[in-house]
Structures are given as structure tokens and as C-alpha cells.
Design a protein around this ligand. Structure first.
Ligand code: PGA
Ligand code: ZN
Length: 431
């Protein structure tokens, strides 16, 4: 049996120029695994700690040398000699060494770097691509007698227009995305997305809006008056691409409402700074859904507005995918509460919200057995690391959310999906 023989970490930069943790793991038989940790901007309160150095000059306190030190010290000690293919044991050990619920002692970023690099090393030792290794882990952890799942290609939901904390404009909502639900393959879906994106840019410029300025994930960041105007532009862009809104392509929104919730009200600039109650916010979203071909809404309500989420789901859950991002923070216990309270019908999956691959897959499993949909998602701060693609493919997840198609940290994932579709064949699409 090959064992983990080296663990090296370093500080590298992400797509916002922020430091992040890179980990490389070597094994006794000469295999290696490598991963870089992503980071969010609109982070939920329940997320694992993204440990930053906090000293003033260096990277304005955003350095990760403490996290790197934690990898090279206690975390390295914990996993040396372990079997790199035994991901559950590795992740359990990592959690034990930290010993806190939110990984506040050693840092979720430090722990995740080791967890993901170990998964890559496990795949290398087994001489299979990462998605196959993850598929094995996924099927090994499935309940007895349930059918095994082959790797599948997910449908991308792609950012077109950015607002909220991801763009400097005035839009309250964070993400306006398209879902090419009618595409016959991923390769075609990607071409549709690029076509729509280009038509949208032209429409914005023709309308004297900023069709060149982009947000953190590469979506346009125009100073449009509000979400209705954005949806109108997106519908027109779909049409001008020769596609049918609502049939070939639908719209998804990430409201990311936690950042404009003040504990009791939703403060929306697009309605003149009005403070909406939770029922009023639900009505506001319902009107948007009535008017536009919207099939998915993420974080329509804030992370602590559980009662609102239940009502939102009662009102819209049968016709719209309602995805919990900040609400669930990829935590199994929070998703369990959501299932019990009928809050949302889908969960966003971001590995760094919880901090290990095994815990991430446990949350995905709970979603599967509870009939909740799953969306594997990137963070707004990303890198050339494309591990999330293999996670989505290996767990046969139907949806993937990567950001826009004009930034290489995103294209690392989109392009990997092109390769995996070629490898898995046309029947592997999962929509
Ligand atoms: P974040 O954005 O990485 O800044 O949290 C992504 C999202 O909210 O889905
Ligand atoms: Zn989100």
C-alpha cells in the first residue's frame, strides 16, 4: 500500500490577487497530488474559517502564511503515513486535529488544501482520473442496495451579469445566469453560452450601458436600474442568439440576499432603498418568476430567515429550483434542518464552506436521499485548480455553477468539462 510521504504548502494567488493555500502531497510510490483552495466574497456565517494572517502591510492582512504553517506543521504530521486512497479516514483525522466545529483553530483553507491534495494523490496512486476516484468514493459511501452512479456531465449555469458584492455597479442581486437546458450536448451548451454572452455585450453597448466592464467572475457589471431590466436584457440576448427563452435557455438568479438583509428587512436599492419584509421579498421574487423564464433562485432569502425560506418554498418550490447557499453553507446539519422545515429544494455545494471532501460528499448524500437538488459551485475567488469539475462529474451532479466564460480561472473548469465529455461520450450528459 502506498502511503503519504510528503506534504508541502505554499502561498499562491487567486483570481482577485488574494493569497490562497496550495498543497502538494507526495506518496511512497512516487505519485503526487496537488490542489489550490478557492475563496468567497459573499460568505455565509456558518462557513468554515478562511484563516488570514491579519497583519497589516503584507497583502493588507490577507496573507495565508499561518494557514500554510498549519499545513506544514500539525496537519502534515497528522496525515503522514496514511493511505491516500482512504479519503474518509484522512478527512476524519484532519477534523480531529483541528477539533473545532468551524475549523477555526487551523483554518478551513489549510484543512481543505490537504483534503483535496490527498484526493488527487489517491487518484494518482490508483492510476485513475480524479473524477473516477471520486466516483468510487461516492458509490462506496452510498446506502446499501442503492444503484451505483456512473460519472455524468452536468449542465452549466453561467453568469452573464454580476451585481451585489461581485461588481461595482448598483445591482442588488449578485448573479444573473443562463441555463442552456435544451442543448443536446455540453459542447453545444458551451457554444450557446458564449453566443448569448457576446450578444448581451453588444446589446448593452448599443443601449449605452457598460458592456465591457466585468465583475469578479467575468459577468458584465452594467449600471442597470434593477433586476427586471437585467432579465429583459438577458431574454433579448437569448433571442438575438437565435434561441428560445424558456425552452432552449432559462434564467437563474443568485440573489445572495444575506448581504442586504438587516436582521428583519431586505433593503433594496432597486426599489428606492425600500425595506421589504420577508413576505414582501417573496412577493417581489414571485413577480419576477411570473414575468421571466426564471427556473432557479439561489439565496432568495437570508441565511437566518428560516421561516421565510419555508414560506418561499411553499409558494414557489413546485415551479422553481430554490437553492440554499449561505443558508446551508454545505453543512450536513444545516441541510438536515432545511429538509425538516421544507426550506428550499436544492443545495449549493462549495467544498471550502465545510472544509473537507468527505464532509462535502456527506452533505451531497443527504441531498440525494432527501430529494434535494445539488449544484456544485465555484467561489468568486478561484484559480487554475479544476477539482470542482471532477467532484460534479464523479458524483453525477446535474448542475454546475462556475461563473462567466471570459476568465481563465473559470475556463480551467469549462475546458475540463469539454475533455471529460469527449472521454465519457454523448450519453453522459445529465439533463
Ligand atoms: P462567493 O460567490 O464565492 O463570493 O460566495 C458565489 C456565490 O454566492 O454563489
Ligand atoms: Zn450564492
Amino acid at each position: 500500500m502506498a502511503t503519504i510521504s510528503s506534504v508541502v504548502a505554499r502561498e499562491v494567488l487567486d483570481s482577485r490577487g488574494d493569497p490562497t493555500v496550495e498543497v502538494e502531497i507526495g506518496t511512497s510510490d512516487g505519485a503526487r497530488g496537488w490542489a489550490i483552495v478557492p475563496a468567497g466574497a459573499s460568505t455565509g456565517r456558518a462557513e468554515a474559517l478562511d484563516l488570514r494572517d491579519g497583519d497589516s502591510e503584507r497583502y493588507d492582512g490577507r496573507g495565508v502564511l499561518k494557514a500554510v504553517g498549519n499545513v506544514q506543521g500539525p496537519l502534515r504530521q497528522a496525515v503522514l503515513g496514511m493511505d491516500p486512497t482512504d479519503q474518509p479516514a484522512i478527512d476524519q483525522r484532519l477534523c480531529e486535529v483541528d477539533g473545532t466545529p468551524r475549523k477555526t483553530r487551523l483554518g478551513g483553507n489549510a484543512i481543505l488544501g490537504v483534503s483535496l491534495a490527498a484526493a488527487h494523490a489517491g487518484a494518482a496512486v490508483s492510476k485513475v482520473p480524479l473524477y473516477r476516484h471520486i466516483s468510487r468514493l461516492w458509490n462506496a459511501g452510498s446506502p446499501a442496495h442503492s444503484p451505483t452512479h456512473s460519472p455524468r456531465i452536468p449542465l452549466p449555469m453561467t453568469n452573464m451579469i454580476s451585481g451585489g458584492l461581485h461588481a461595482g455597479g448598483n445591482l442588488d442581486f449578485q448573479d444573473f445566469l443562463v441555463m442552456p437546458v435544451g442543448a443536446p450536448s455540453y459542447t453545444v451548451a458551451l457554444e450557446w453560452i458564449v453566443r448569448i454572452y457576446r450578444r448581451l455585450g453588444k446589446l448593452l453597448i448599443d443601449g449605452n450601458y457598460e458592456g465591457r466592464l466585468v465583475g469578479d467572475e467575468g459577468g458584465y457589471g452594467p449600471r442597470l436600474p434593477g433586476s427586471r431590466a437585467v432579465c429583459e436584457f438577458v431574454v433579448r440576448a437569448i433571442e438575438s442568439a437565435g434561441l428560445r427563452p424558456g425552452e432552449d435557455v432559462t434564467i437563474a438568479i443568485d440573489v445572495a440576499s444575506t448581504h442586504f438583509y438587516d436582521g428583519s428587512h431586505y433593503r433594496l436599492k432597486e426599489v428606492g432603498g425600500a425595506r421589504l419584509t420577508s413576505p414582501q421579498m417573496i412577493e417581489y421574487l414571485e413577480r419576477l418568476v411570473d414575468e421571466f423564464p426564471i427556473t432557479s433562485i439561489e439565496d432568495g432569502l437570508a441565511e437566518e430567515d428560516w421561516a421565510g425560506w419555508t414560506e418561499l418554498t411553499r409558494r414557489l418550490g413546485s415551479r422553481v429550483r430554490l437553492v440554499g447557499d449561505d443558508l446551508f453553507a454545505t453543512h450536513e446539519d444545516r441541510l438536515r434542518r432545511g429538509v425538516a422545515q421544507k426550506a428550499g429544494n436544492s443545495v449549493l455545494i462549495k467544498v471550502n464552506q465545510v472544509g473537507t471532501l468527505t464532509e462535502t460528499m456527506r452533505t451531497m448524500r443527504l441531498a440525494q436521499t432527501s430529494n434535494y437538488g445539488r449544484v456544485v459551485s465555484a467561489r468568486s475567488g478561484e484559480t487554475e485548480d479544476a477539482t470542482m469539475t471532477d467532484l460534479a462529474v464523479g458524483t453525477a451532479t446535474k448542475l454546475i455553477k462556475i461563473g462567466s466564460i471570459t476568465r481563465s480561472e473559470r475556463l480551467a473548469k469549462y475546458n475540463r468539462l469539454l475533455r471529460l465529455e469527449a472521454e465519457l461520450g454523448p450519453d453522459a450528459i445529465n439533463w
